[in-house]
Design a protein around this ligand. Structure first.
Ligand code: AHR
Length: 500
C-alpha cells in the first residue's frame, strides 16, 4: 500500500499543550498501595513513595495527575486522609469493594507531585457529598492560613498553600454505577453551585464539569447539553472519558478506535458551542479528556471482589498490554493532538498497575508496558504547534466504523528549533504502507530520528522478566531527498519521525 501526506507550516491547529500528557492516580487496586506507595520498597522515601516509580513517571513525561478518582472519589471523605497516619480510619470503598486504609491522602499526594514534578488535578466528591465539603477541601489546600482548615494543613506540615489550579467537579455522575448517580439536571445544578462557591474562594481556578463517561452511553450528547445549560458560566472544561479494547478478535475495528475519539471530541465541542449560542455566552468551553486508554473491561481482573471480602489493594484492572494496544494508544494521542484547539487537558487512565503504562511488583521490580513507549516519545518530542495534514491513504473496512484510512497521522512544528515531528500509525493488519511526505514548506529538513513500534507477533506484551525485547526501533527506511520524505511503515505499527 502507499499513502501520502503534505505538511505545511501554515496549517496550525493550535499549540502543543503540556496538559495533553496528563495521567491519573485513583485509590483503586494497586495503583496507590504497592504502586506509588510501598514503604518496604528499597527505593521508598520517608513518605513510603517508590523512587523507581517516580523516575518512570518522569521518563513517561507526565505533566498532570488527576487524583483521587475516578469512581472512588464519589464516596471519599478527604478528611480521612489527613493528620497522623496511625489515627486515620479504615473505610469501605464501595466503588471497588475494597478497604481504604487512608495511608495516603492529600498531603502525601501533594508531596509526591512535588517530588515527581507534576501538576495535581484534584477531584471533589459530588456523589455522596456537596458544596460544603468541596469548599472545605479547597480551603485546606489553597488558603494560606488563619482559618480552621488552612491552619490544619499548616499543622500537618504544609506551611504554604498548595494553590491547586485544576479541579474536577465530581466523576462520571452520568453512570448508573456511580455512587450518587444523578440526572443531568440534578448534576448540572450541583456542579454550578459548587463551582460558583469555589470561585468565591479563588476566582482563578480551572474547573472541569463532568461530561459523559463514554460515547456509547444512552445519555451522550443530551447530558452535555443539559449540564452545560446549567453550569456554562461557572466552568472552563467539560470532561470526556473513553476506553477501547479489542472485542471478539476484531483487530481492524480496535485499531480504528481513534475514529470514535475524533467523533467524541467533535460532538462535545459542537454541543458546547450550541449551548454557547443559545445562552448568548462569549467564552468557549474546552474538553478535558481526563480518562482515556485501552481497557479490557470484560476480563476477570476488572471484576471487584464481592460479599464479605473487602481487601486492601487487591489486584484489579491489571491489564497486560500488547503491541496492538500500544499502537492504539499512540493513535489516540494523535487524535488528542489533532484536537488541540478544543482538548486543553487529557489524562491517560491510569498511571501505575491499574490499566497502566507502569507496572510494579510489591516490594520488587517495576517495568514499562508496551503502551509506555508511544506516550513517552510523543510527550518528549511533540513541540510547538500542531499542524493539520492533508492525508491521502487507502481505506480498510471495519465492522464498527465502516471504511477507515489505513494511515492516521499528525505533525508538530517547533518554530524555535525548526523541528517537525510526524506521528503516524499504519492500521493495516497485513500490509506495509510506503509513505511519501511532501515537505516543500520546510526546505532542507533531514531525518534526525525515526522510530517504529511493531512486531511480527502483535500480541507480544512486556513482563517483569522481559520488558525490552520489543521496543520502538530505528526505522532505517526513513529518508529525505528533494524536500520529500519517504518511510515504510509495517502493519500494525506506530512511528515517530523527527525531522530537523
Ligand atoms: O479508570 C477506571 C474507572 O473508569 C474510573 O474509576 C471511572 O471513572 C471510570 O469508569
Amino acid at each position: 500500500l502507499s499513502a501520502s501526506v503534505t505538511i505545511d507550516p501554515a496549517f496550525v491547529v493550535g499549540p502543543v499543550r503540556p496538559r495533553t500528557f496528563g495521567s491519573f492516580v485513583e485509590h483503586l487496586g494497586r495503583s496507590v498501595y504497592t504502586g506509588l506507595h510501598d514503604p518496604g520498597h528499597p527505593t521508598a522515601d520517608a513518605d513510603g513513595f517508590r523512587g523507581d516509580v517516580v523516575e518512570l513517571t518522569r521518563e513517561l513525561g507526565v505533566s498532570t495527575v488527576r487524583y483521587p478518582g475516578g469512581n472512588f472519589v464519589s464516596g471519599y471523605r478527604w478528611e480521612d486522609g489527613i493528620g497522623p497516619v496511625e489515627q486515620r480510619p479504615r473505610r469501605l470503598d464501595l466503588a471497588w469493594h475494597s478497604t481504604e486504609p487512608n495511608l495516603v491522602g492529600v498531603d502525601e499526594f501533594m508531596r509526591w507531585c512535588a517530588r515527581t514534578g507534576v501538576e495535581p488535578m484534584m477531584a471533589v466528591n459530588l456523589g455522596t457529598r456537596g458544596v460544603q465539603e468541596a469548599l472545605d477541601l479547597l480551603e485546606y489546600c489553597n488558603v494560606p492560613g488563619g482559618t480552621k482548615w488552612s491552619d490544619l494543613r499548616r499543622a500537618n506540615g504544609a506551611e504554604d498553600p498548595y494553590r491547586i489550579k485544576m479541579w474536577c467537579l465530581g466523576n462520571e455522575l452520568d453512570g448508573p454505577w456511580q455512587i450518587g448517580h444523578k440526572t443531568a439536571y440534578e448534576y448540572g445544578r450541583l456542579a454550578a453551585e459548587t463551582a460558583r462557591a469555589m470561585r468565591m474562594v479563588d476566582p482563578d481556578l480551572e474547573l472541569v464539569v463532568c461530561g459523559s463517561s463514554g460515547s456509547q452511553i444512552s445519555t451522550f450528547g443530551e447530558w452535555e447539553h443539559t449540564v452545560l445549560t446549567e453550569a456554562y458560566e461557572h466552568v472552563d472544561h467539560i470532561s470526556a472519558h473513553a476506553y477501547y479494547w479489542e472485542e471478539d478478535g476484531d483487530l481492524a475495528s480496535f485499531l480504528a478506535s481513534a475514529v470514535d475519539m475524533d467523533h467524541f471530541v467533535d460532538s462535545v465541542a459542537a454541543t458546547a458551542d450550541a449551548v454557547r449560542a443559545a445562552g448568548k455566552h462569549t467564552k468557549r468551553i474546552h474538553v478535558s479528556f481526563d480518562e482515556w486508554n485501552v481497557w479490557y473491561q470484560k476480563r476477570a481482573e476488572s471484576r471487584p471482589p464481592s460479599g464479605d471480602d473487602w481487601p486492601v489493594a487487591p489486584v484489579l484492572l491489571e491489564d497486560r498490554y500488547n503491541v496492538a494496544d500500544a499502537v492504539v494508544v499512540g493513535n489516540l494521542l494523535i487524535s488528542l493532538l489533532r484536537h488541540t484547539d478544543r482538548v486543553h487537558a487529557a489524562s491517560l487512565a491510569q498511571l501505575v498497575n491499574v490499566i497502566a503504562p507502569i507496572m510494579t511488583e510489591p516490594g520488587g521490580r517495576s517495568w514499562r508496558q508496551t503502551t509506555f513507549h508511544p506516550f513517552a516519545l510523543t510527550a518528549r518530542h511533540a513541540a510547538g504547534d500542531v499542524l493539520r495534514l492533508a492525508v491521502d491513504a487507502p481505506v480498510q473496512e471495519t465492522a464498527k466504523f465502516g471504511a477507515v484510512p489505513v494511515l492516521d497521522a499528525v505533525a508538530t512544528h517547533d518554530a524555535g528549533t525548526g523541528a517537525v515531528v510526524l506521528l503516524a500509525v499504519n492500521r493495516s493488519l497485513t500490509d506495509d504502507v510506503a509513505l511519501d511526505v511532501d515537505l516543500r514548506g520546510f526546505p532542507g529538513l533531514r531525518v534526525a530520528e525515526a522510530l517504529t513500534l511493531s512486531n511480527p507477533d502483535h500480541t507480544w506484551s512486556a513482563t517483569a522478566d522481559d520488558a525490552t525485547s520489543v521496543l520502538p526501533r530505528p526505522n532505517t527506511t526513513a529518508k529525505v531527498s528533494d524536500d520529500r520524505a519517504h518511510v515504510d511503515l509495517p502493519p500494525v505499527s506506530w512511528s515517530m519521525i523527527r525531522l530537523e
